[in-house]
Design a protein around this ligand. Structure first.
Ligand SMILES: Cc1cc2nc3c(=O)[nH]c(=O)nc-3n(C[C@H](O)[C@H](O)[C@H](O)COP(=O)(O)OP(=O)(O)OC[C@H]3O[C@@H](n4cnc5c(N)ncnc54)[C@H](O)[C@@H]3O)c2cc1C
Length: 552
């Protein structure tokens, strides 16, 4: 396989030579650096690369070129290299057009010229863009291989686990791919062995649990130390932020995550309201960046473990895992967010994982190629999912109970749904039931106004109807509201916390009714339910942990 290309386009020979020199020195080992001196020449180069079936990772174009501007060139380049990252080299005077191009052509970044010294002003930007590109275009030669049935919930769970933990894998459908049959025969696999998970240069796992896959991949599934300063349960934005701040401020910290780092945010196709990312970023990208930061600062990550018990042992706060294992720490942060609420309709439970899904991730979206897809929900998460699915599906139908989306969804998403030619919104509709032999084939919808019932053929139903916290495992001493949200700080007083709070000092802002146990993010009563606020609370909880630890 040939190296992916980085193409630079600049009509000024001096600038062109300088950028080629800088890029060859830094990236020449992994990428082919190609230079063009005009927009037309660049498009011709890209057409030839596309014909050869090769990949283009990044195109860096100067804005001010005669005949064709950089933005026009990059817009046309997308026909030949749709996945390439687009970088515009600009002068200060072009800032406004560059910002506009983020919306208009999906420009990834604009860089002011000159970029000296490149170590500070060029390479960090390109490292980021190329890392994103690599994530989205993994090298499949080193992939984990998963062989199974398309509509098997076990296969779905394993694919979900790998995707969300950023483990590249190739999927082989036993009913459709000759290679799947070959791999199955080679492993002497019986139907009960599916899904098969083939680890490169390693084991063949037969119908494994996520914990077994994690173990075979060398991910940590147990804690390394007997006692930590702080244990964080939940690796969503709140938990990851807490880990970054804890580890960067010298606390020994461990996060326990049962599914995959990133939490709910990890499933978002495009987070557009998070500060500092004007083009938006996918939840998976955010999770990946946060994980790199957590690892860099040295916090420990324990994966594929479900925390199911809590105990205060004198000054020690201990959590127990499902099955066996536990962690002891001097303080605990609960950042477990919310889990999808189940939709109560006949037939849905039997078909969950077989065409009916709660949430959606990128790998499922691409599997809906050419199909008819139904999405249930009226909040931003449902709107984002519908838009993401519409890139692959023939048609997406958003099923909404209310007569309008105005009070539940952001205006920018409503406008995009309306503008998408293959998205229909069915207002005042509800899912009454679902049916299918082995996988989803039919959904029954009811019109809430006329009462009319209609059966529609569909093999995909994605449900986004909000979430509830799962906090029972904390036991009776940690005060919760009737839905399970954790009550913290001053709010404890209105929940009878005055009598339940054991210390003379008042509880800190994010502290629960058990001293040294904090809550951050969506799991906390009256939190804002956004990525930025979860990150903020995660960071703030560490400040409070410091204060708490100083008292014990
Ligand atoms: C599809 C979608 C799109 C969204 N888009 C946006 C957006 O564009 N902008 C925005 O601001 N917000 C968005 N949100 C909301 C945002 O994602 C949440 O507010 C945010 O993720 C909350 O972070 P958190 O860390 O509190 O909890 P979560 O993200 O819910 O993370 C909690 C983590 O804890 C883990 N966990 C739970 N219980 C246990 C246990 N017992 N043991 C071990 N681990 C456990 C879970 O597996 C999960 O990974 C979106 C949400 C969804 C679902």
């Amino acid at each position: 396989m040939s190296k992916p290309t980085i193409l630079t386009v600049d009509d000024d020979p001096q600038v062109s030579a300088a950028i080629t020199r800088d890029l060859t020195g830094q990236y020449g080992q992994d990428y082919r650096i190609v230079t063009a001196t005009s927009g037309a020449e660049a498009l011709a180069v890209l057409a030839r690369i596309a014909l050869r079936g090769e990949q283009v990772a990044l195109i860096a174009a100067d804005q001010r070129m005669p005949k064709m501007t950089g933005i026009d060139m990059l817009a046309s380049a997308k026909d030949h290299a749709p996945d390439a990252k687009l970088l515009l080299l600009t002068a200060y005077a072009d800032t406004e057009v560059a910002i506009q191009a983020i919306n208009d052509i999906g420009l990834d970044y604009y860089l002011m010229k000159p970029w000296d010294p490149p170590e500070e002003r060029l390479y960090p930007v390109l490292d980021d863009l190329l890392e994103d590109w690599r994530q989205a275009n993994p090298d499949h030669t080193a992939d984990v291989r998963v062989v199974g049935h398309r509509w098997s919930d076990r296969s779905h769970d394993i694919k979900m686990f790998l995707t969300r933990n950023h483990v590249p894998y190739s999927w082989y459908d036993i009913e459709r791919d000759a290679e799947a049959k070959r791999l199955g025969d080679l492993a002497n696999a019986t139907p009960a062995d599916l899904p098969l998970v083939l680890i490169p240069g390693g084991d063949t796992l037969r119908s494994p649990s996520a914990l077994q896959v994690a173990g075979a991949l060398g991910l940590h599934t147990t804690a390394q130390q007997p006692l930590y300063d702080v244990c964080i349960v939940g690796g969503g934005p709140a938990g990851l932020a807490a880990a970054v701040y804890a580890a960067s401020e010298g606390l020994s910290a461990v996060i326990v995550e049962r599914e995959a780092p990133g939490g709910q945010a990890g499933q978002s196709a495009a987070i557009e309201n998070y500060l500092g990312f004007p083009k938006g970023l996918s939840g998976s990208d955010l999770a990946q960046r946060a994980l790199a930061q957590v690892t860099r600062f040295g916090a420990e990550l324990v994966l594929a473990r479900d925390v199911t018990g809590f105990e205060a042992r004198g000054p020690v706060r201990a959590v127990r895992f499902s099955g066996s294992g536990e962690i002891e720490a001097r303080a605990l942060i609960v950042a477990t967010g919310v889990s999808y609420r189940r939709l109560a309709a006949a037939g849905l439970d039997e078909l969950t994982g077989r065409g009916v899904y709660y949430g959606v991730n990128a790998s499922e979206a691409s599997q809906c190629q050419g199909d008819e897809v139904y999405v249930v929900g009226a909040a931003n998460s449902a709107g984002q999912a519908a838009l993401n699915l519409s890139r692959f599906a023939k048609r997406v139908v958003l099923v909404v109970r209310a007569a309008s989306l105005v009070s539940t969804m952001s205006q920018y998403l409503i406008a995009r749904l309306a503008a998408a030619p293959n998205i229909t919104v069915r207002y005042c509709n509800e899912v009454l039931g679902a049916a299918g032999e082995g996988h989803l084939e039919k959904i029954t919808l009811v019109d809430r106004i006329s009462g009319a019932i209609e059966d529609v053929s569909a093999s995909w139903l994605f449900i986004f109807i909000g979430g509830t916290p799962r906090t029972e495992w904390l036991g009776p001493d940690v005060v919760r509201d009737d839905k399970g949200f954790l009550v913290t700080g001053q709010d404890l007083m209105s929940f009878g916390g005055g009598s339940r709070w054991p210390l003379t000092r008042p509880p800190y802002a994010l502290e629960t009714s058990v001293p040294g146990v904090f809550a951050a993010g969506d799991v906390r009563l009256d939190s804002m339910k956004r990525v930025a606020s979860a990150v903020g609370e995660g960071a703030m909880s560490i400040y409070l942990v410091h204060r708490y630890l100083a008292t014990v």
